[in-house]
Design a protein around this ligand. Structure first.
Ligand SMILES: NC(=O)c1ccc[n+]([C@@H]2O[C@H](COP(=O)([O-])OP(=O)(O)OC[C@H]3O[C@@H](n4cnc5c(N)ncnc54)[C@H](OP(=O)(O)O)[C@@H]3O)[C@@H](O)[C@H]2O)c1
Length: 285
């Protein structure tokens, strides 16, 4: 499927280009410097010259804490610009795939959030991404995939941060244990996105890897593989105050995705194996 990938130099964008090309698709990945999604003329130029069958929007302002101060910018990129992306897709009758986030939920649930669950973002980032979802869904046949806790090659992410702290040689890591979600490996998400597009999925679909875990549990698993002697201590979110609140529980229900794809979602532990292998880090699996 001939694809145009916006935000093509971000962490997910890179994984998507890799997966699309692995499948033999013609995939054009555009970074912000050549295709700013807040610029409708620029988007028109690219869709008309590349004429994709699928437009995937991986571009976003993803600095969750900075969004609190830069509210207008967050809404311009994560919200309003999605209408420009949809309009550009419409010009060439391309399908639209918009990537969204678990942070559209407030985190007060105790069961995984289905696609029908009420949204109630508690951060500007979550609010702005929710605005973007609505604009994408206004485009007929659009697919919006909410994902959570991304990690993978080529981008700052939690796993990379933990590896950096391990390399710094601290005797102990302190990691929050009262936020539960699901790490999601970008190459697995990229494959799922292309498969969902291939089966013609539309509307909202949730994707994450299994099984849910706290940040502390995720960090402990990384440490177990690369620095088993390191102590990873559980701490409360209140000990690490940050500008943007995070949902305490943001596990997405993936039943719809699994029915559409006819297979269970992948395990993040398998993604972690691949990630560490790609980084050439030792792992005992
Ligand atoms: N990271 C997560 O944990 C997570 C979780 C759930 C959902 N998501 C969603 O997944 C998608 C991909 O996230 P990611 O982790 O790959 O983020 P990322 O690495 O920050 O990539 C986002 C890319 O968008 C680009 N961008 C920013 N503003 C732009 C603009 N105005 N026009 C064009 N490009 C622009 C950025 O370029 P610059 O670097 O040059 O600014 C960056 O390359 C996003 O929709 C995000 O909301 C992420």
């Amino acid at each position: 499927m001939r694809s145009l990938i916006l935000g093509g130099e971000g962490m997910l964008g890179r994984a998507l280009v890799e997966e699309a090309r692995r499948r033999g698709f013609a995939a054009l990945a555009l970074s912000r410097s050549v295709a700013d999604i807040t610029d409708p003329d620029c988007l028109s130029h690219w869709v008309e010259s590349w004429r994709p069958a699928l437009v995937v929007n991986c571009a976003a302002y993803t600095q969750v804490d900075a969004c609190e101060e830069k509210r207008d910018h967050a809404f311009a990129v994560n919200g309003a610009a999605v209408a420009h992306v949809a309009a550009a897709a419409r010009r060439v009758d391309a399908r639209l795939l918009q990537v969204s986030t678990d942070y559209v939920f407030d985190g007060t649930a105790s069961e995984p959030y289905t696609e029908e669950a009420a949204t109630a973002p508690i951060s500007v980032y979550g609010e702005s991404k929710l605005a973007g979802e609505a604009l994408a869904l206004a485009y007929e046949g659009a697919l919006v995939v909410r994902a959570s806790w991304l990690f993978g090659p080529g981008g700052p992410n939690f796993a990379a941060t933990i590896l950096r702290l391990i390399d710094r040689g601290d005797a102990q890591l302190r990691v929050v244990d009262d936020q539960v979600g699901s790490p999601t490996y970008t190459p697995f998400l990229a494959a799922a996105l292309l498969d969902l597009a291939a089966v013609g999925a539309t509307g909202l679909v949730h994707y994450r890897n299994r099984e849910p875990v706290s940040w502390h549990g995720f960090a402990s698993e990384i440490a177990r593989r690369v620095a088993p002697q390191l102590e990873v201590a559980p701490v409360a979110t209140s000990e690490f105050p940050r500008p943007a609140p995070r949902p305490a529980f943001s596990v997405l229900d993936v039943g719809r995705c699994e029915r559409l794809l006819g297979r269970p979602v992948a395990r993040w532990r398998d993604g972690l194996d691949d990630y560490l292998t790609r980084l050439d880090r030792s792992t005992d699996g």
